[in-house]
Structures are given as structure tokens and as C-alpha cells.
Design a protein around this ligand. Structure first.
Ligand code: GDP
Length: 426
């Protein structure tokens, strides 16, 4: 059975926690897109971890962690991450890296930095992890596949071809030092030796696992609103964040994805620039950010302060629809217990007309939020295990959201810990 865990919002919904939790019953956890440009924060018995490339299931010794072909593979970063968790007492994880994954090259990171410098204040708020240059090269067919590391002739020829082009840009557009071909070759040979023990044919591995009835989780990064096609383009990421892409980025048939657990945050938050209709500012935002603690303050990778907002039902319903959500995990609800009342954005007013459908970015820029206000519950809900024990006003808030987003909420997360979860329909 293949299950995807993805975000309906702008990322940071708490997918890491939900994946970590669902991994208890999983055999294989697959990363299918993105790279080290976003992170999941996980708190478990070993401590607190910020994972960027490793799937959130690595903490269990019964699981295999897979880096699928869709991922931007930063080899030294991955190796460091493995070293970091094992040095903190986590048993050495079983890891498989797709021989079709492509390498995030040292120059991708440089190009990301140089481009941000060049754009100055007009930048896209990149995390400078090299993700946009990586995916540009992949689709321009000048990327390096893991498999190519194992043929030195292929590698040399390709390095020469790619450097010819990159060095022109480095010299004339960015006025930076050129790439040294021999040095790059040596670096890639080092990468090859580092990654060799993990490389395999992931799609064959998953084909067999599916046949054997294994439980497979596809772990998405960021959220639907950061998808390059359906998100707030151009303030998006460079690979698809949608569950459907999980089939491609892992190498399995689309019809095998039976369940799409879509993670939704009980209020809105976003890192980086981009349209954000229900954003709040000033003291009101600061209070929520502070109350959010780890969930509120800073992005796991970027350390940038998060922008805060009321729950956006328009964006979330759309996010759930684009994800093909079959069920929703509503997270970080505990943070809202201090509020007298809560607003929910139920429509966008654009040029005097109210819509409930999420528009393209140009129209989104003109959207004004239409709110409904609900009473707060004014209690700390952490520690509650049964849905029926949540205060009525809190259940009303959850059920209002459920009706708006048109997907059943099956899990309610009321704390960052692995066991702080309420099964709603249990
Ligand atoms: P991801 O990228 O979707 O995995 O999200 P992040 O890990 O970046 O951000 C989620 C943050 O919220 C982390 O610091 C989690 O520990 C925290 N978190 C997750 N669920 C809850 C919850 O229900 N309540 C609280 N207070 N924090 C949560």
C-alpha cells in the first residue's frame, strides 16, 4: 500500500511529525522531490532533529529510507546528515539512493548565490541550496545522474561539455572564477565513493515491495502552494510538491498511491516572499509567532522568521484538491488556545467579486480576505487524547475547517511530540 504525506499550504505544516508517526507502521519511506532546501523538524526519543534530505522515517530501524530519482541529491550533505543522526545515538539507517537521481553540483549552490546577488532586492527568496539551478540543468539535459558517476569516460566528456557553457556565464554574467574541470572531476569521484554503498535501482526495489504488500510512504516537502505549476508562481519551488508527482519521483505507477494524507496547519504561516492573503502583522502576528514556538518562529532550513496569518480555507481547499487529499491531518492546533476569537478566511474579494476558488498569482495579488469569526476555546489542549474531550469551541473550529476544505480531518495534532495526536473518527 502506498500512502503519500504532503502539505496543502506553503510548507512547514508539520509533515515531518506526521511522517515520523506514520512510519511506525511503514516499511519504506521515500523522498520524491526537492532537496536540502526545506526541512522537517522531528522530536522523538532520541532528541530533536532537523532533517533536510533524509526521509522522516530514518529513526526506526525497521524502515528503509529511500532517496528517489526526483530528488536533488547533495551527496556530502546527505552523508553529513547520516553522520549527524548516528552520532546522536540513532541506529544506522538502511538507505537506498536511486541510480537515476541527479547530483546537486557544487556549482549549483554558487549559481544560486550569484543569481541572488545579481538580483539584489528583487530576488525570489531562494534558500541558496542550489535547487533552482539544479532543476534547470536537469531539464536542460546537462545534469549528472548518479549512474554516470560510475563511468569515468562519460563523466569526463560531460564535465568538459558542461563547463564550457557554465564558465561563459560565470565569467561574463557573474564575473566570478571559472570551474576547474580537473578539480570537478576529482570532486565527483569523491562523491561516487561516498554514495556507492547506497546506490540501487529504486523502481525495481519498490516494484517488488508493492508486490510483497509492503507499506510505503511517499514524503513530500513544502506544500501545494509552492508547486511550480499550481502554486504562487514565481514564488514557488522548482520541483512539484504534489502527491501525483510522488509516482514519478519515486518510480511507481500513479494508481498505486491509494491514500494521500494531506497535512494542514491550523493557522497560516509562510517563509519567504509571495502572495499571502490572510496575513496578519504587528503585535497580533508577533504573538502568534511567539506562541508557535518552534512551529511558529523560523523555517527549519532557512532560519527566516515565518510570516503569520489566519487559517485560509480558500487556499487550503485548493491545496487539498491539487494534492488529491483523501484525508487531512490538522496540526499545531494547540498553539491557538490563547485567542479570544479566531478568523477563518472563507473567500477572496477580487475586483469587487467574492470567489472561493484560488486564482492565479496576478489575481491573487489583488485579493482581499473575507473572514468569518469563531469563538476561541481559551484552554491548553495539549495532553488531550480523545476528540470528544476537546472543548466544544475547538471542535467547532475543526469542523468548520473540515466543511470548508471538503476533506475529512482524521488526525488532529496537539503538540510537537510523536504521540501528541488525536484520531478524530476513532
Ligand atoms: P514540515 O516541513 O511540514 O515537516 O514542517 P516543519 O517541521 O518545518 O515545521 C513544523 C514545526 O511544527 C516543527 O517544529 C514541529 O515540531 C512543530 N509541530 C508539528 N506539529 C505540531 C503540533 O501539533 N503542535 C505544535 N505546537 N508544534 C507542532
Amino acid at each position: 500500500m502506498v500512502k503519500a504525506i504532503v502539505g496543502a499550504n506553503w510548507g512547514d505544516e508539520g509533515k515531518g511529525k506526521i511522517t515520523d508517526m506514520l512510519s511506525q507502521e511503514a516499511d519504506i519511506i521515500v523522498r520524491f522531490q526537492g532537496g536540502s532546501n526545506a526541512g522537517h523538524t522531528i522530536i522523538n526519543d532520541y532528541g530533536k532533529f532537523a532533517l533536510h534530505l533524509l526521509p522522516s522515517g530514518v529513526f526506526y530501524s525497521h524502515t528503509t529510507s529511500v532517496i528517489g530519482n526526483g530528488v536533488a541529491l547533495n551527496i556530502p550533505y546527505l552523508l553529513n546528515e547520516i553522520k549527524d543522526i548516528t552520532s546522536k545515538g540513532v541506529p544506522a539507517p538502511k538507505i537506498m539512493v536511486s541510480d537515476r537521481a541527479q547530483l546537486l553540483m557544487p556549482y549549483h549552490i554558487l549559481f544560486d548565490q550569484y543569481e541572488e546577488e545579481r538580483l539584489g532586492g528583487k530576488s525570489f527568496g531562494s534558500t541558496k541550496s542550489g535547487i533552482a539551478p539544479f532543476y534547470s540543468d536537469k531539464y536542460a539535459k546537462i545534469g549528472f545522474q548518479v549512474s554516470e558517476l560510475f563511468d569515468e569516460d562519460v563523466l569526463k566528456e560531460k564535465i568538459h561539455r558542461v563547463c564550457e557553457q557554465k564558465n561563459v556565464i560565470l565569467e561574463h554574467l557573474y564575473h566570478k572564477p571559472a570551474i576547474d574541470e580537473a578539480e570537478l572531476f576529482n570532486t565527483l569521484i569523491e562523491y561516487r565513493d561516498m554514495i556507492k554503498p547506497y546506490v540501487g535501482d529504486v523502481s525495481v526495489f519498490l516494484r517488488d515491495a508493492i508486490k510483497e504488500g509492503k507499506n510505503i510512504l511517499l514524503e513530500g516537502q513544502l506544500g501545494a502552494l509552492k508547486d511550480p505549476d499550481f502554486g504562487i508562481y514565481p514564488m514557488v519551488t522548482s520541483s512539484s510538491t504534489l502527491a501525483s508527482y510522488g509516482a514519478i519521483g519515486a518510480g511507481i505507477p500513479a494508481y498505486e498511491i491509494k491514500d494521500v494524507v494531506t497535512v494542514v496547519k491550523a493557522y497560516s504561516s509562510a517563509v519567504g516572499a509571495g502572495e499571502f492573503v490572510s496575513e496578519i502583522f504587528g503585535e497580533e502576528a508577533e504573538e502568534l509567532r511567539k506562541r508557535g514556538g518552534d512551529a511558529g518562529e523560523y523555517g527549519a532550513t532557512t532560519g527566516r522568521p515565518r510570516r503569520m496569518g489566519w487559517f485560509d480555507a480558500v487556499a487550503t481547499r485548493y491545496g487539498c484538491r491539487m494534492q488529491g487529499a483523501t484525508e487531512v491531518a490538522l496540526t499545531v492546533l494547540d498553539v491557538l488556545g490563547y485567542l479570544d476569537e479566531l478568523k477563518i478566511c472563507v473567500g477572496y474579494e477580487i475586483d469587487g467579486e467574492v470567489t472561493k476558488d484560488f486564482p492565479t498569482t496576478v489575481k491573487l495579488a489583488k485579493a482581499k480576505p473575507v473572514y468569518e469569526t469563531l469563538p476561541g476555546w481559551k484552554t491548553d489542549i495539549r495532553g488531550i487524547k480523545e476528540y470528544s474531550e476537546l472543548p466544544k469551541a475547538c471542535r467547532d473550529y475543526i469542523e468548520f475547517i473540515e466543511k470548508e476544505i471538503e476533506v475529512p480531518i482524521t488526525l488532529v495534532s496537539n503538540g510537537p511530540g510523536r504521540n501528541e495526536i488525536i484520531k478524530k473518527n476513532a
